[in-house]
Write a protein that binds this ligand. Structure first.
Ligand SMILES: C[S@@+](CC[C@H](N)C(=O)[O-])C[C@H]1O[C@@H](n2cnc3c(N)ncnc32)[C@H](O)[C@@H]1O
Length: 317
């Protein structure tokens, strides 16, 4: 085939693949609905009795060449933020939906329950709905929880999502609420955990004392974060995966490797580290950095590099 013919076929092929993916989303949502009705019937098989050796995603390995939209490299250069399917850049500090999308495609199946311990503006819950997964999200700010509930009801995702207002580091009170939410779906544990905490004090999310961005020191932030890791570990099915999204910070002319400190706390509670992905940070900013020149000057003068990356780390229980 000559290169012109190849080029003219490429858009058609891409369109076919996109159509297939849309079809997959619809099928996944239908499967999730079916799973919901099945588990609410008396005597139905609950997630408690899931076979732990069953595959943890819907990828058909005999057709592995069809999954080029599922990333397997550890360097993610993402062009721009997905702004469709219910997603928008409406919260300073939210992650781009592609992170949730990639994690769910790779590590979960339709009908699975995703637990997000720092729900924020609900990116995980929206993407879970889009992909036919269920979601339980914990968020400290009731204002944000109400906002996410409104978005989820507009999307028709109320049946498959639950939002808890609480402190994720509170193993007793919030742990009780998570347990209750799981029991409402006849489950004791979820199938995936997201942890996207504040990056220490870089963005102050609220005045709430329990907000990890208000911890009085980095050590206190890490101790609080470790309690959330414990919570995430407790409510994750054995063999399943968790994702930590985190970046580093500078303080007093020194780099504080928050990412690695948090990674170490995940491992302290028992998680095995599976991967560290480095992701570019472009694509999530509101305006084109007016202060870019100032930062470049500061970097040249101070001997440091300007952060352009964050980490997407994957762990397994
Ligand atoms: C980095 S944002 C998460 C953004 C989210 N991934 C999204 O896409 O919208 C961190 C969130 O954690 C919340 N938060 C901070 N400390 C918390 C805690 N102890 N328990 C629960 N939520 C907390 C903050 O209010 C904030 O909304």
């Amino acid at each position: 085939m000559d290169s012109t013919a190849q080029r003219s076929q490429a858009p058609a092929r891409q369109r076919d693949k996109a159509q297939e993916r849309t079809k997959d989303r619809v099928t996944a949502r239908a499967a999730s609905k079916k799973a919901m009705t099945q588990t609410s019937e008396p005597g139905a098989q609950s997630n408690r009795r899931r076979n732990p050796n069953k595959p943890y995603n819907d990828i058909d390995l005999s057709q592995w060449k069809d999954y080029d939209h599922v990333l397997t490299d550890s360097l993610w250069m993402m062009e721009s933020r997905t702004k469709r399917d219910g997603h928008q850049l409406d919260y300073h500090g939210n992650f781009i939906p592609q992170i949730a999308n990639q994690m769910m495609l790779r590590y979960t199946k339709a009908g699975d329950t995703i637990l997000d311990y720092f729900l924020g503006s609900g990116t995980t819950a929206i993407e879970a709905h889009n992909l036919g997964r269920k979601c339980i999200g914990v968020e400290l700010q009731s204002r944000m929880a109400d906002y996410v509930q409104t978005k989820l009801s507009e999307l028709g995702a109320c049946e498959t999502s639950q939002v808890i207002v609480g402190d994720s580091a509170d193993l007793q009170w919030t742990g009780g609420k998570i347990s209750q939410a799981l029991r409402a779906w006849e489950q004791e544990a979820g199938q995936f955990a997201f942890l996207h905490p504040p990056y220490d004090d870089i963005i102050k999310f609220s005045e709430n004392e329990q907000c990890l961005s208000n911890a009085e020191s980095t050590e206190a932030f890490l101790d609080g974060f470790e309690r959330v890791c414990q919570q995430a570990y407790n409510f994750l099915e054995k063999g399943r995966f968790a994702c930590l999204v985190i970046g580093d910070k500078y303080a007093n002319s020194e780099l504080i490797p928050l990412g690695f400190y948090c990674m170490e706390r995940m491992m302290r509670v028992g998680f095995k580290n599976k991967s560290i992905v480095v992701k570019n940070m472009t694509g999530n900013e509101k305006g084109k950095g007016k202060t870019a020149n100032l930062w470049r000057y500061r970097a040249l003068a101070g001997g440091f590099y300007i952060f352009k990356h964050e980490y997407v780390m994957v762990f397994q229980k």
